[in-house]
Design a protein around this ligand. Structure first.
Ligand code: SRM
Ligand code: SF4
Length: 571
C-alpha cells in the first residue's frame, strides 16, 4: 500500500477502527476461494455466510423467493433459495450468438427471464445452487463471464451505448473493454471454482497488483460518457471518464469521482452524492488514471464500516483538494485542469436510427429490463426470433432497454412485424414517461427491498400518465425512477422524479434532479402511501404546466423553486 501523506488532515483514519468482518474474510479467503468449490458441490440449497460474501466476487447473490417465504415458514418449510447471476459485459455489448446462448440458459437454468440491468448487464434469476456452476460455465462458453460482476472490485464498465459506426464510438467501446479486462482480479479463483481449472501450488497466493490481498473496501463503479451522451449517468459512478473529442481525435477525458447513490434510512452520514469533476487526463492516460483513483480508494476507503466505504465518503471526509493532491503526489497521476465541455445531454436511443454505415439500429423498450414472455406480450420469443433470423447484435442500455444493431434496412418491416405480432410495444407506442421510466427488481428477489418497484412500475406509469394528460403534459420528457429501498439501483436520486421505497406500501418522493443527470434531486416527502403518490404531486405538476419557464424540465422547475415552495404549492 502507498504510504499515508504526513500532511493528512485530522480526520479519524479508518484504519484505526476495527475492520469489518468482510475484510477478515477477504484476507483469509485464499484470494476469493474460501470453501466455495466444496459448498457449491455439497448438499443443501444455500451456501454459508462466508460463501455468500465470496460468491458476490464471482457475480452471484444468494436470494430466496420473498413471495413464498412467510407461507412456507408457517408450514415449517425452508425458504425457496436460489441465486442471481450477473453477466459482466462492458458497454452492454453482446453478439447475436451470445444473446441466443444467454436466452437459452434462461430456460435451462433460470426462471425463463433475462433481466437487463441499469449498468448494461444481464441477470439471471432463480438459478438453484446445484446449477450455479453449470450456468457460469455455459456463460463462459459463450465468451462472457460473471467474474467480478459484483463484489468489492471494479464492476461492469459502462459506456455510452449509442452504436454509431464512427471512430469515436469505436474508441469508447475499446476503452470500456480495456478497462474491464485490465481491472479484473488476478486471482484464478473464479476459473478454478466454476471452470474446472486445476489448483496449482500458487493458488491462493496470487499477486494482486492493483487490489492487494483484501481487494477494495467496497464495490467500485466506472462509466465512460461523452458530453452529448450521458445515458450512463456518469455522475452516479465512483469514477467517470467524460471523453472529449476534436473531430475524430480523442483529446482526453474530464475525470469525475465520488458518485454513488446508496444510503441508509436513519443514518445521516450516508447519502447519495453526485461525482465531482477532478480534472483532465490525456487520451493515453485512461488506464493509469483508473488505477490511480482505484488505488487511492483501496488505501483510504473506510474498511471498518461498509455503509461508509465508498469513494464518495473519502472525497467528502478528506476534501477534493486533498484527493487531487494525493492522486498527483502519491499515485503519480498527470492530472490537469478540467477542460471546458459542452452541456451534458441524454439522447433518445429508442426506435429506428441510422448507424452511419448503411445499417440501422432499433431501440426496443424493455419494461424494467425484464425480457420475459407473458400471456399477452411475448417479448422474449420476439427478440429470440429476430436475433435468430436476422442476427442483430444487441447492446444493452443503462435505461434497461436493448438496441438491436447492424440491421439491414430491408429487414426493418419484417422485424417490426415480429415485434408487433408478439404484442411488443415499440417506442412510438409509448409516452415519453413510459419510455424513460426505470424500476429496480425489488420484490420478490431482492433481499433488501422494503417495497415493490418493478411490479408497480406499470401501474404507477399509468397513473402518472393520467396526471400528465390532465395537465397537457403527456408529450413531456420526464424521467420517473422507482426503487424498493434507498440504495438507488434505478438511480432514483438523479432525474426528474424518484420514488424510493420506505416501508411496505409507502415511498419517499424525490424531485429536482435534471434529465441529463448532472444534479441530484432532493427529498420532498418522507413517506407517502403508494395510492397517494400522484395526488401528492398533482398541485406541483399543475403549477409546472402553468408557470414553467420556456423549455424548462419538471426537475429544473422543482429545483428552481426548492422544497419549501413546492410544499407550499401542495398546501
Ligand atoms: Fe444495486 C445492492 C440490483 C445498479 C446501488 N443491487 C443490490 C442488490 C445486489 C441487493 C443486495 O445487495 O442484496 C440488488 C439485486 C436485486 C436483484 O434481485 O437482482 C441490486 N443494482 C441492481 C440492479 C440489477 C438494478 C436494476 O434495476 O438493474 C443493477 C445491477 C447493475 C449491474 O449490472 O451491475 C443495480 N445498484 C445499482 C446502481 C445504479 C448504477 O450503478 O448505475 C446503484 C446506485 C449507484 C451506486 O452504486 O451507488 C446501486 N445496489 C446499490 C447499493 C448501495 C451501495 C452503497 O454504496 O451503499 C446496494 C446495497 C449494497 O451494496 O449494500 C445494492
Ligand atoms: Fe434491491 Fe434496493 Fe437495489 Fe431495489 S434499490 S434492487 S430494492 S437494493
Amino acid at each position: 500500500m502507498a504510504p499515508q501523506d504526513a500532511a493528512t488532515p485530522p480526520v479519524p483514519a479508518p484504519a484505526a477502527r476495527a475492520l469489518s468482518g468482510v475484510e477478515a474474510l477477504k484476507q483469509s479467503s485464499r484470494r476469493l476461494r474460501g470453501d466455495l468449490a466444496a459448498e457449491l458441490a455439497g448438499p443443501g440449497a444455500q451456501v454459508s455466510e462466508d460463501g455468500y460474501n465470496l460468491l458476490k466476487f464471482h457475480g452471484s447473490y444468494e436470494q430466496y423467493d420473498r413471495d413464498t417465504a412467510t407461507e412456507r415458514k408457517q408450514r415449517g418449510e425452508e425458504k425457496e433459495y436460489n441465486f442471481m447471476l450477473r453477466v459482466r459485459m462492458p458497454g452492454g455489448i453482446l453478439t447475436a450468438a451470445q444473446y441466443l446462448a444467454l436466452d437459452e440458459l434462461a430456460d435451462r437454468y433460470g426462471n425463463a427471464s433475462l433481466r437487463i440491468t441499469t449498468r448494461q448487464g444481464v441477470q439471471f434469476h432463480g438459478v438453484i445452487k446445484g446449477n450455479l456452476k453449470a450456468t457460469a460455465a455455459a456463460i463462459n462458453a459463450a465468451l462472457l463471464t460473471t467474474q467480478a460482476a459484483c463484489g468489492d472490485v471494479v464492476r461492469n464498465v459502462m459506456s455510452t451505448p449509442r452504436p454509431l459506426r464512427d471512430a469515436r464510438h469505436a474508441r469508447l467501446v475499446a476503452d470500456a473493454k480495456l478497462l474491464s479486462a485490465r481491472l479484473l482480479p488476478a486471482s484464478r479463483a473464479y476459473h478454478q471454482i466454476f471452470l474446472d481449472e486445476p489448483d496449482t501450488a500458487a493458488s491462493g497466493e496470487e499477486f494482486e497488483p492493483l487490489y492487494g490481498s483484501t481487494y477494495l473496501p467496497r464495490k467500485f463503479k466506472i462509466a465512460i460518457a461523452t458530453p452529448d451522451d450521458n445515458t450512463v449517468d456518469v455522475f452516479a459512478n465512483d469514477l467517470g471518464f467524460i471523453a472529449l473529442f476534436e473531430g475524430d481525435t480523442l483529446l482526453g477525458y474530464n475525470l469525475t469521482a465520488g458518485g454513488g447513490f446508496g444510503m441508509t434510512h436513519n443514518r445521516k452520514d450516508t447519502y447519495p452524492r453526485a461525482a465531482s469533476i477532478l480534472g483532465f487526463v490525456a487520451a493515453d492516460q485512461l488506464l493509469p488514471a483508473a488505477e490511480a483513483v482505484i488505488s487511492l480508494q483501496r488505501d483510504n476507503g473506510d474498511r471498518s464500516d461498509r455503509k461508509r466505504a465508498r469513494l464518495k465518503y473519502v472525497l467528502d471526509d478528506r476534501g477534493l483538494d486533498w484527493v487531487k493532491a494525493e492522486l498527483i503526489g502519491t499515485y503519480h497521476l498527470n492530472l490537469q485542469d478540467a477542460r471546458p465541455m459542452p452541456p451534458i445531454a441524454v439522447p433518445d436511443l429508442l426506435g429506428w436510427h441510422d448507424q452511419g454505415d448503411g445499417q440501422l439500429w432499433l431501440g426496443v423498450p424493455l419494461p424494467s429490463g425484464r425480457i420475459v414472455d407473458t400471456a399477452t406480450v411475448r417479448l422474449r420469443t420476439a427478440l429470440r426470433e429476430i436475433v435468430q433470423r436476422f442476427g442483430p447484435d444487441p447492446v444493452m442500455t443503462p435505461q434497461q432497454d436493448v438496441l438491436l444493431t447492424n440491421i439491414a434496412p430491408a429487414h426493418r418491416g419484417a422485424i417490426e412485424q415480429i415485434l408487433r405480432g408478439h404484442g411488443v410495444a415499440l417506442s412510438e407506442d409509448l409516452t415519453p414517461l413510459a419510455r424513460w421510466a426505470l424500476a429496480c427488481p425489488a420484490l420478490p428477489t431482492c433481499g433488501l427491498a422494503l417495497t415493490e418497484a418493478e411490479r408497480v412500475r406499470a401501474p404507477l406509469v399509468e397513473i402518472f400518465e393520467g396526471l400528465l394528460r390532465r395537465h397537457g403534459l403527456i408529450e413531456e420528457r420526464i424521467s420517473l425512477r422507482i426503487t424498493g429501498c434507498p440504495n438507488g439501483c434505478a438511480r432514483t436520486y438523479a432525474g426528474d422524479i424518484g420514488i424510493v421505497g420506505r416501508v411496505p406500501g409507502a415511498y419517499a418522493i424525490y424531485v429536482g434532479g435534471d434529465f441529463a443527470g448532472t444534479r441530484l434531486s432532493f427529498k420532498l416527502y418522507e413517506r407517502v402511501k403508494e395510492e397517494r403518490l400522484v395526488a401528492t404531486l398533482e398541485p406541483i405538476v399543475a403549477r409546472f404546466a402553468r408557470d414553467r419557464a420556456p423549455g424548462e424540465g419538471f426537475g429544473d422547475f422543482c429545483h428552481r423553486h426548492g422544497a419549501a415552495a413546492l410544499l407550499a404549492m401542495v398546501g
